[in-house]
Design a protein around this ligand. Structure first.
Ligand SMILES: [Zn+2]
Length: 435
């Protein structure tokens, strides 16, 4: 029991905001959270995105006064979240003292569970990856096996690199299916038998009791990786599009992941692009994913190759034991194969059509294209760009950049590290520290 005010605050906390999942409120007793204020979080975000900052920089990039910045810096120094770096001399005067995140505050792991692999990384508190590892793993083997594999790999990575598991404060996990973020579970994932509502967080915490565990959809996680350390560094409104065996988008709105009311915002793979197109696994015809994801690109190319339109692709198909991958189509296009070039150009147009709709609707600053199919190269990117420019309003495209991911295969791991860090730098609720 508590005072009336405490009871009211407790009640308010149960009326969760979309940014703060229910289990996080329930998890206030969890270790290693850094309770900070809104303005302190804003400064930490800037330092996470841009690295070192001087007091003057922080005044310039925020709406806060110098006095306010000074008190925030003092508080963050006291909590050992940031450290001050010695002022350095340079010709022309004295450079002012800078501040950066305290990398020694702890360790954070990023786990990117894909359909056929698990990627892991361990970073310090500046977000810098110290160790990186990848291993084949099929999500179809179910959560007990895959989470067990991921956790024992993490244990091994810590041990082999002389890193203490007690210092592992956070673990971010990206999974390839729809996630109920407030519960930290997958909901009816199409390619993942046994994962529906499986308690991922609790399972991982049995291995690492001192770690805060956060779970989100893989594409949301990648989008986060892009704004903290990738092609969208510091961008507030961004769309990350993953084109691989499926197609999905992660939306960053005002610097935060936008999940929508049920957590499935950005599921653009099932937007119809061709009424008479091939059947999609969702039961509809002509979905973007069924027309332009990796398997569809390979399939369309193979049909053409068998009709005699591409000797190169037919040769690759026979050489690979009667299979053709989207990557082969990229290779053939680089050799100037007309069919491969046409398939890639056409795929870029379908993707561009959908993105043009998103640009008109959402007006992002940057669209980052990632996933395996981005290996198809600049031909795909230029086809997407041309279509978007043609079909979007001039104002929406004036400052728009459409680029490939800069962190590529690391986007999931880096994003998962940042997902966990986002949680560990959470704002305290209702104890008077909020400003
Ligand atoms: Zn579909």
């Amino acid at each position: 029991m508590g005072t009336a005010r405490e009871l009211l605050q407790k009640k308010l906390r149960t009326l969760h905001s979309p940014e703060m999942p229910i289990w996080l409120y329930q998890a206030e007793s969890l270790p290693n959270r850094n309770f900070i204020t809104d303005s302190e979080k804003e400064l930490i975000d800037l330092v996470r995105k841009y690295g070192e900052f001087s007091k003057a920089d922080l005044v310039t990039y925020t709406d806060y006064s110098r006095t306010k910045i000074t008190s925030c810096i003092d508080s963050l120094l006291n909590k050992k979240i940031i450290i001050g770096n010695n002022a350095t001399e340079y010709t022309g005067g004295r450079r002012s003292k800078t501040f950066s995140l305290n990398g020694d505050l702890g360790l954070v792991a990023g786990v990117d569970i894909g359909a056929t692999s698990v990627d892991l990384g361990i970073a310090d508190f500046t977000g810098k990856l110290l160790v990186r590892y990848s291993e084949p793993a099929s999500v179809r083997n179910g959560p007990i096996k895959i989470l067990g594999q991921a956790c024992s790999l993490l244990e091994k990575m810590l041990k082999e690199n002389n890193l203490s598991s007690e210092k592992l404060n956070g673990i971010g996990i990206g999974v390839p299916g729809p996630v109920d973020f407030s519960a930290g579970t997958l909901v009816s994932p199409p390619i993942m038998p046994g994962w529906d509502r499986y308690p991922i967080i609790q399972t991982v915490q049995q291995w690492f009791p001192s770690a805060n565990v956060v779970v989100d959809n893989d594409v949301n996680v990648m989008a986060l990786g892009e704004i903290y350390q990738g092609a969208g560094k510091g961008v507030d409104n961004l769309i990350f599009v993953k084109i691989g065996t499926g197609i999905g988008a992660g939306i960053i709105c005002e610097g935060k992941i936008y999940r929508g009311s049920s957590g499935c915002a950005g599921d653009i793979g099932h937007i119809e692009v061709n009424k008479s197109g091939p059947l999609c696994h969702c039961g509809n015809k002509g979905c973007l994913e069924a027309v332009t994801a990796g398997p569809a690109i390979a399939e369309r190319s193979l049909i053409g190759a068998k009709e005699g339109k591409s000797p190169i692709l037919l040769r690759l198909y026979e050489k690979n034991g009667n299979t053709l991958r989207a990557g082969d189509v990229g290779d053939a296009a680089r050799e100037g194969d007309a069919l491969a070039v046409e398939v890639i150009r056409e795929s870029g147009q379908f993707i561009g059509d959908v993105l043009a709709g998103l640009v008109n609707f959402y007006n992002p600053r940057v669209i980052v294209i990632g996933g395996g199919v981005s290996n198809l190269g600049n031909l795909l990117l230029s086809s997407i760009r041309q279509t978007v420019l043609k079909r979007s309003t001039p104002l929406a495209t004036r400052n728009l950049h459409i680029v490939f991911s800069e962190i590529g295969p690391d986007a999931g791991v880096i994003g998962a590290v940042n997902l966990a860090m986002d949680y560990m730098f959470t704002i305290t609720s209702g104890n008077g520290e909020r400003d």
